[in-house]
Design a protein around this ligand. Structure first.
Ligand code: ATP
Length: 293
């Protein structure tokens, strides 16, 4: 009886593993299918860019007939953190999609260290950028595996360090199954803030020179927000970072804040400059503070 039990048990394990793996692959194809085709040039550069500067120069873009970005220019200098803010629909996430080459610009140029990103292979470009997307795709697997996904070859010590930097260690230690805790379908067993921190840990683990953070719009309590703020601050160290922010409290410490309105850059400066200028940023800041109090 025991002899029969072990193989059946084992087969059950194998079945669950294969089913899990297929679900993950399907999900990856879902994501890839949503990406329109951007083609590499025949002589595209295979070498991934090193830590440096990102430049948007007179970038214009439309998905269909409607112009979304108009002549957008700004720079993310080496090792600095630049935040893009603005009303909903201003075109903030579109900038990230263009940087990642999910689409190509209609006019102007995005360059990294002086090289037009259209001259790089998509693989070389994407290898250089760790992204924390608005909607993190988590697999119904353990927390450990979900973080390891950032760099499958990472060691256990590296994975634990990434979780520590993403301010996840205490949370993981508090769970009955700790690292082996399953996150549920699409990470449903985690809060919005925890999911974002898993995504930050993945990005840290990738150890790419450029870090892009597209903040989720979901509302967070102030403790989760603080944890994300700290995680982001640690993750940005030693990177050139571009942050799309919905909560202005997330980016007070940014070196440069770019304010977008209806696809145009209307203000640039740090938090203090922009508050003093009494323009759109100061107005958005006031609205968010009123909502918070
Ligand atoms: P939010 O703060 O609400 O996330 P955002 O500033 O990031 O907004 P984007 O997501 O860049 O704004 O969208 C800018 C505009 O482009 C919006 O009007 C949006 O409806 C439109 N848009 C976004 N994605 C597509 C798409 N794939 N096809 C057509 N239009 C799109």
């Amino acid at each position: 009886m025991m002899q029969l039990f072990i193989p059946l048990n084992f087969l059950g394990f194998v079945y669950r593993e294969i089913r899990g793996a297929l679900a993950n692959i399907e999900r990856m194809f879902d994501i890839l299918d949503k990406q329109p085709k951007v083609v590499d040039m025949d002589d595209a550069i295979h070498q991934s860019p090193k830590l440096g500067t990102i430049k948007f120069e007179n970038v214009s873009f439309q998905y269909d007939e409607r112009q979304i970005l108009h002549d957008v220019s700004f720079e993310v200098p080496l090792g600095k953190k630049v935040a893009v803010v603005g009303d909903s629909g201003a075109g903030k996430s579109t900038l990230i999609k263009l940087l990642f080459r999910f689409y190509d610009v209609n006019k102007g140029c995005i360059s990294i260290n002086g090289t037009d990103i259209r001259h790089l292979t998509q693989q070389a470009l994407r290898q250089a950028i760790a992204i924390v997307p608005q909607d993190t795709v988590l697999f119904n697997d353990s927390l450990y595996e979900n973080i390891r996904y950032g760099r499958p070859s990472a060691t256990q010590a590296e994975i634990e360090q990434a979780a520590q930097m993403a301010h996840l260690s205490d949370f993981i230690a508090s769970l009955p199954q700790q690292w082996q805790t399953k996150v549920g379908e699409r990470g449903l067993k985690l809060s919005g803030g925890e999911k974002q921190r898993v995504s930050i840990a993945r990005a840290i683990l990738k150890s790419a020179p450029f870090l892009v953070f597209d903040e989720a719009t979901s509302s967070l309590d102030s403790r989760s927000e603080k944890a994300i703020l700290n995680a982001l601050r640690d993750a940005a160290k030693g990177h050139t970072s571009l942050v799309v922010a919905h909560r202005l409290s997330t980016i007070i410490d940014a070196d440069i804040i770019v304010v977008l309105s209806k696809g145009r850059v209307v203000e640039v400066g740090n938090h203090t400059d922009l508050i003093t200028a009494q323009g759109l940023y100061a107005h958005l800041w006031q609205i968010q503070n009123e909502q918070a109090s």
